[in-house]
Design a protein around this ligand. Structure first.
Ligand SMILES: NC(=O)c1ccc[n+]([C@@H]2O[C@H](COP(=O)([O-])OP(=O)(O)OC[C@H]3O[C@@H](n4cnc5c(N)ncnc54)[C@H](O)[C@@H]3O)[C@@H](O)[C@H]2O)c1
Length: 424
């Protein structure tokens, strides 16, 4: 179930259908293409992940969504302009059947958008109740046993964590009182968690990154993950920065700029929405490089991130990084990265994996009552953690954490890469 049926959501659904029809391969999806090594390197046991753990099959997935626009998924996918028309024609029957439910929306939280397909209600609790009814209706209509909700909606304006977010009781009171600290995305998350449905947040919005939602998630055994899909430039950052640190190379500056012309780019052109994104993108380097531990190497980094709305490029973003590093005796060097990426092509397999893994977590007695699923940080730009625990941003640590979680679930030995046993 996807609040937000724009570029990412339509590319995901069209992609799953294309794979089911044998038209394309699920490239970029760990659940579909990845393997996990078990036991010793000499054992030769590396099953595919989807054969090792009981994940839902692509053929079993059904979809629904909400949007402020009335376009069905076929129309929305055409407007998003990510996938070729010839591919979309081949998946048209499924896509045109998926029509958006009326959204919970308020322009104060996404200034650059407005649309007609919006619910009405006395207060935010009443709106959340309508979403809960939508969830129950969809379950009945589709006949599915299990659901996952995945926020694929726009980036909302920046909201600080505050007193109304500290417990379920305070959150519910604030929803009844229409408090402005409750964003529309929180109404969706509240509805999902109250229905026992796992929720993941693909945007940098605060949404489920508050104690009230952690409490609800644990209470109702509805796992949560977030926030903000780790795709283009931040994916590169979390691949490169751990390498510099591993080799004790210094960093004096990292300047990142992007041009992006899709609707997401337009929404992020608003300073409030950009601030939410900026916070999410900036936190990465500090956590990977740990300047407090390595003041000589990372004590004085100038880190800047810009996103520029530039319509001619559509979803085909270009991201430039200028990285000023220094080596032996402080001698400076530069690295330039020019990533001509496709935002939604990078995001779609993340949606698929998060849905399948959250559904697995919901069925796992070891995971479902934990609330935040930190093992899914691998997919996220700004991973959620409980208070007092810093997030792991390093892609390679995140990958190891994810695979060790799967080994743990199946009672296999964790892999430490020590490897002394081969020389015994
Ligand atoms: N594509 C990527 O690489 C990437 C990476 C990280 C995060 N994201 C985030 O994922 C989200 C989706 O990206 P996109 O490119 O599909 O954007 P998009 O603008 O194409 O789609 C978002 C959709 O959400 C709808 N929407 C907004 N508020 C809503 C609400 N309250 N209820 C229901 N629908 C609502 C909009 O009408 C729009 O159709 C954005 O927040 C974006 O920042 C994308």
């Amino acid at each position: 179930m996807m609040p937000g049926m724009g570029a990412v959501a339509t590319t995901f659904v069209a992609g799953v259908e294309a794979v089911r029809k044998g038209l394309a391969k699920p490239i970029g999806s760990l659940t579909q293409m990845g393997t996990v090594r078990l036991g010793k390197r000499t054992d030769g046991r590396s099953p595919k992940i989807n054969e090792f753990v009981p994940l839902a099959k692509l053929d079993d997935l059904v979809f629904t969504g909400w949007d402020i626009f009335e376009d069905n998924m076929y129309e929305a996918a055409n407007k998003a302009g990510v996938l070729e028309k010839s591919l979309l024609e081949q998946v048209r029957p499924l896509l045109s059947e998926i029509k958006p439910r009326k959204a919970v929306f308020d322009r104060n939280y996404v200034k650059r958008l407005d649309g007609p397909n919006v619910k009405k209600g006395k207060n935010k609790m009443e709106l959340a109740e309508q979403l809960r009814q939508d969830i129950r209706d969809f379950k009945k209509e589709s006949g599915v046993e299990r659901l996952v909700m995945m926020w694929c909606g726009s980036t909302e304006t920046y909201i600080e964590r505050g007193p109304t977010h500290e417990s379920v009781a305070k959150l519910e009171k604030a929803m009844h009182e229409n408090d402005e600290s409750i964003a529309p995305s929180m109404c969706y998350a509240y509805a999902a968690l109250q229905e026992g449905v796992p929720f993941a947040n693909g945007a940098p919005n605060l949404t489920v990154d508050i104690p009230a939602m952690w409490e609800l998630s644990k209470k109702n055994n509805a796992p949560i993950a977030g926030k903000d899909f780790k795709t283009g430039q931040t994916l590169m950052k979390t691949i490169l920065a751990p390498g510099f640190k591993a080799r004790m190379l210094g960093l004096s500056g990292w300047y990142s700029t992007n041009i992006l012309g899709n609707r997401d780019g337009e929404v992020l052109d608003d300073p409030g929405s950009f601030k939410t994104k900026e916070e999410s993108k900036l936190s990465v380097l500090e956590h990977i490089l740990q300047p407090e531990k390595y003041p000589d190497l990372y004590g004085n980094i100038f880190h800047k991130v810009r996103i520029n709305y530039y319509p001619p490029r559509g979803d085909n973003k270009e991201g430039w990084d200028n990285i000023d590093i220094f080596g032996w005796l402080g001698y400076p060097m530069q690295i330039k990265v020019d990533f001509l990426c496709r935002d939604s092509i990078l995001a779609a397999p993340i949606v698929l994996d998060l849905v399948l893994f959250l559904d697995l977590a919901k069925r796992s007695s070891a995971l479902r009552a934990l609330g935040i699923q930190e093992w899914l940080s691998f997919y996220l730009k700004s991973p959620m953690t409980p208070d007092g625990l810093y997030p792991e941003h390093d892609l390679f640590i995140q990958s190891m954490k994810l695979k060790n979680t799967l080994r743990h679930l199946k009672g296999e030995d964790l892999i430490t890469h020590l490897g002394l046993e081969y020389y015994d």
